[in-house]
Unconditional design. Structure first.
Length: 109
């Protein structure tokens, strides 16, 4: 969910990418056991912090002006210790998911 939110935020000026990532984040919210009420802005705070990082690369900058590496920042967020700590705090049952709990209904489609 945080990865989709990060991509949606990073590419908010690219309407189709932001819409797809935002819709994916909304779907994931419906399918996970995440205690959003305990800290509704926790994910947004992490997204903001990671997207604010400076990933400047002079070699790439000389070839591609204005490159920000936002997708790389989102991937780093996804694999971060900070996100892992949030998962442990806010995901009610991290070993379960909508997909696991509804496996038989997914196969019938």
């Amino acid at each position: 969910m945080v990865l989709a939110e990060c991509v949606a935020t990073a590419y908010r000026n690219e309407p189709s990418a932001a819409m797809d990532a935002g819709s994916s984040a909304s779907a994931l919210m419906d399918w996970t056991s995440f205690d959003l009420e305990r800290n509704p802005d926790a994910g947004k705070s992490l997204v903001s912090r990671f997207l604010a990082r400076d990933y400047r690369n002079p070699i790439v900058e000389s070839e591609i002006k204005g490159v920000r590496f936002d997708f790389l920042k989102c991937l780093d967020l996804y694999h971060s210790k900070e996100l892992d700590a949030q998962v442990k705090r806010f995901v009610i049952n991290p070993k379960r998911s909508y997909r696991l709990d509804n496996r038989s209904s997914d196969r019938s489609r």
